[in-house]
Design a protein around this ligand. Structure first.
Ligand SMILES: *[C@@H]1O[C@H](CO)[C@@H](O)[C@H](O)[C@H]1NC(C)=O
Ligand SMILES: *[C@@H]1O[C@H](CO)[C@@H](O)[C@H](O)[C@H]1NC(C)=O
Ligand SMILES: *[C@@H]1O[C@H](CO)[C@@H](O)[C@H](O)[C@H]1NC(C)=O
Ligand SMILES: *[C@@H]1O[C@H](CO)[C@@H](O)[C@H](O)[C@H]1NC(C)=O
Ligand SMILES: *[C@@H]1O[C@H](CO)[C@@H](O)[C@H](O)[C@H]1NC(C)=O
Length: 688
């Protein structure tokens, strides 16, 4: 399926709308009404604005009048000769309902008539060039296909059918059935690979323009549909109804784009493939979240309408998928290398391998562009996932297979949406509609089980995976850098997950899709539906350090530490603390508060003392005094209580330790500072 995202942008109630048009550059829709008025609506300022301009119909209609259907004739009016009628086209035997000019030949036009025919005419000749017959009832509407590859016309009629005609060999190539009433308008979208039809049954139907499959049926409850208008360069489509007009926005949910590890991005703008190279930006200053000024290079057009584009792991090839087909191209020159039919395509971790899902039961594995194996997973195949293991989704859950021999590794009761493997193949994220799981893949245990045949059940190898955590967030797109899982969430957050902790990198203002991470730039790259690319800073040293900590590789961590900028150290220290490495956290942190806390927790009196001296805070002295007492460091405790001016504490310490000198000293100090209760008690104890 096309996976078109359809959103209603404007609902404008009015009397019956018989014609709609979209302005090529302004956000305006022109609607002409059956009652004789013309309304202009601004679809950006207000969802349901009142018409701010109502002209009288005569004025507009004489400008655009080309057709006079009442007398079965078509008339051509010459505006340079004071709107005189310069030609009459004769041939229809009933009302003429619509004419359209051939976008590829402005001297040719086609007409639809209630006499059940479509006629094609040449300017200069008053009789039709030819007639297309096939509808059983009156033809209401026609449109030309504007793409260069097919000489097609489309028509809609009172027989409730839509027909597609090849006007070169003059045959009907397809009939679209489905509307339950007269078809009133048809449109070949000028850019998207869709046909839009509207009917008196109140529905608008969207069909794929090459497979002719029905993609969507829209019913907005505005009674009969009369007109539709699509615009080149825009995703807006205007619809006119008995009760007003509607603008819908058609778009792909996810852009077809992919980036290789060197920073070359390939995307599809409709059927055109384009490339942009991050390296070509040079040293331009880049700010987080700002659109990158990329130069775009056209690479040619694709024979299918691309829905996804994906580089293989080494970046030498890209696969383009759409319309149930895939084509593998060389990433550099877009030369096709292999192609075929497939419902889905995934790359393996090994760059020379890939799998396709041929149907809901058959999966095929290819190596070096040759079919290696075709197999039928036990419970069918509703989806496949690439990476370290081949994932197959069925009603029964997810099954992981070995790429080499298609042996079952493990079946998991889960319905995944996405699966992301880390580069090392040790970690995998399985994202569902509600949450995501991080699992560790235990390849050694798998190898041992395969060897000994122990711990193998009908659900595969029991110890193949170990769950590291479940996080209640919906992952949209994701990728791994080391052991850190970076993702965009359904609430437009850019986060990363490492060691049970989620760090938010940014709050995004719209839906963005992760393209990749370039360690050399310390930046993450994301794209949006409009093919804008933005980036966010994310230090590779921090990610490497966290990865080393997760792997308990402190040798590596110590090596990376000097490359982490000072201002990031405390963040890293908090991470260490959460992982239970307080000693390391104390060594790394640069925040005195954090260090003091850690020193207290670790019982590091000397460090804590130093920090308390620097901070000159009563609170710190009190905390340190407590620690000193608990460690029987009474002279230190005494000093701390002095700094904290904690007379009650000093009294307790002095009397409990039977220290007469300390009591005497405290008496003087307390009296001097007006702490009369303590002063009284100390003098009393000394018998003074
Ligand atoms: C036609 O309908 C529109 C909106 O429904 C209304 O504003 C306008 O006044 C009507 N025009 C006539 C001539 O009745
Ligand atoms: C129809 O038009 C084509 C050129 O587009 C021309 O060659 C042909 O003679 C025309 N046929 C008739 C019947 O006018
Ligand atoms: C729909 O088609 C029927 C049959 O051709 C016709 O009688 C009817 O007038 C059409 N409806 C409209 C509104 O034109
Ligand atoms: C006319 O051309 C279409 C392709 O546009 C083809 O499918 C069809 O078979 C042709 N019909 C005849 C009668 O040649
Ligand atoms: C692949 O390329 C060959 C030759 O360059 C061409 O004939 C063929 O149509 C192409 N196929 C696809 C699916 O792009």
């Amino acid at each position: 399926p096309l996976r078109l995202d359809i959103k209603r942008k404007l609902t404008a109630r009015s009397d019956r709308v018989k014609s709609v048009d979209l302005h090529p550059s302004e956000p305006w829709m022109l609607a002409s009404l059956y009652n004789g008025s013309v309304c202009v609506w601004n679809h950006e300022t207000q969802v349901t604005s009142r018409p701010y301009c109502v002209l009288h119909v005569c004025l507009i209609f004489c400008l655009i009048s080309f057709i006079d259907s009442d007398d079965m004739l078509i008339k051509l009016w010459d505006w340079e000769k004071k709107w005189s009628c310069s030609q009459v086209f004769e041939g229809h035997t009933h009302y003429v309902m619509q004419i359209v000019i051939n976008p590829k030949d402005n001297n040719q036009f086609a007409s639809a008539s209630l006499d059940r025919t479509i006629k094609v005419w040449q300017l200069g000749s008053s009789s039709p060039n030819f007639t297309l017959e096939g509808h059983d009832k009156g033809v209401n509407c026609i449109d030309y296909y504007s793409g260069g590859d097919k000489p097609y016309l489309i028509s809609g009629a009172d027989d409730r059918l839509v027909k597609i005609w090849d006007y070169q060999n003059k045959t009907c190539v397809q009939t679209l059935e489905g509307h339950a009433q007269n078809v009133s308008c048809v449109n070949f979208h000028p850019e998207l690979p869709i046909i839009i039809t509207g009917s008196e049954d109140g529905t608008v139907r969207i069909w794929h323009s090459s497979t002719y499959r029905l993609e969507s049926t829209l019913n907005y409850g505005m009674e009969r549909v009369w007109c539709v208008c699509g615009l080149r360069g825009s995703n807006n489509v205007a619809l006119g109804y008995d009760e007003g007009s509607i603008i819908i926005k058609l778009g792909r949910e996810e852009p077809a784009m992919s980036m290789d590890t060197s920073g070359k991005i390939i995307w599809a703008k409709h059927s055109e493939i384009q490339q942009a190279n991050l390296k070509a930006m040079g040293d331009a200053e880049i700010k987080d979240g700002e659109r990158l000024p990329l130069a775009v290079k056209d690479m040619g057009s694709c024979e299918i309408y691309p829905q996804t584009i994906q580089h293989n792991p080494n970046g030498r090839f890209v696969v383009v998928c759409g319309d149930g087909e895939y084509i593998i191209y060389t990433a550099m020159a877009l030369r096709n290398k292999s192609f075929g039919s497939a419902q889905e395509f995934v790359w393996a971790h090994d760059s020379s391998e890939y799998a396709i899902r041929e149907s809901s039961s058959v999966v095929k594995i290819f190596k070096n562009f040759k079919e290696k194996k075709s197999f039928k997973p036990d419970f069918g195949a509703e989806g496949i996932y690439g990476g370290f293991l081949l994932g197959v989704r069925s009603v029964n859950g997810l099954a992981f297979y070995d790429w080499d021999n298609t042996e079952l590794i493990r079946r998991i009761e889960i319905q995944p949406k996405h699966i992301f493997w880390s580069d090392s193949g040790e970690l995998v994220c399985i994202a569902t509609e509600e949450s995501f799981f991080i699992l560790r893949y235990l390849s050694e245990k798998v190898a041992a089980s395969q060897e000994s045949n122990e711990g193998v059940t009908e659900d595969g190898i029991e110890d193949a995976f170990e769950v590291q955590g479940e996080i209640q967030e919906v992952v949209k797109t994701g990728l791994w850098v080391g052991d850190c899982f970076i993702y965009t969430s359904s609430v437009n957050r850019l986060n990363y997950f490492v060691g049970g902790e989620i760090v938010t990198i940014a709050h995004l203002d719209r839906t963005m899709y992760l393209l990749g991470y370039i360690p050399k730039d310390d930046r993450l790259y994301l794209g949006d539906k409009e093919l804008n690319i933005v980036s966010y800073s994310l230090l590779v040293s921090v990610l490497e350090y966290q990865t080393a900590v997760m792997r308990r590789d402190f040798g590596m961590a110590d090596k990376v530490l000097p490359t982490i900028p000072k201002e990031q150290r405390t963040r890293v220290a908090h991470f260490l603390e959460k992982q239970g490495f307080k000693q390391q956290a104390l060594a790394v942190s640069t925040d005195p508060e954090h260090r003091f806390e850690l020193a207290l927790q670790l019982g590091e009196l000397k460090i804590a003392y130093q920090l308390a001296v620097e901070a000159e805070s009563e609170q710190k002295w009190k905390q340190l005094a407590e620690l000193a007492i608990s460690k029987c460091q009474f002279s230190l405790a005494q000093e701390c209580l002095h700094h904290a001016q904690d007379y009650g504490g000093l009294l307790l310490l002095a009397t409990a330790s039977g220290n007469a000198a300390m009591v005497a000293k405290l008496a003087e100090g307390a009296e001097r500072d007006g702490k009369n209760n303590v002063a009284f008690m100390t003098y009393f104890l000394q018998g003074k």
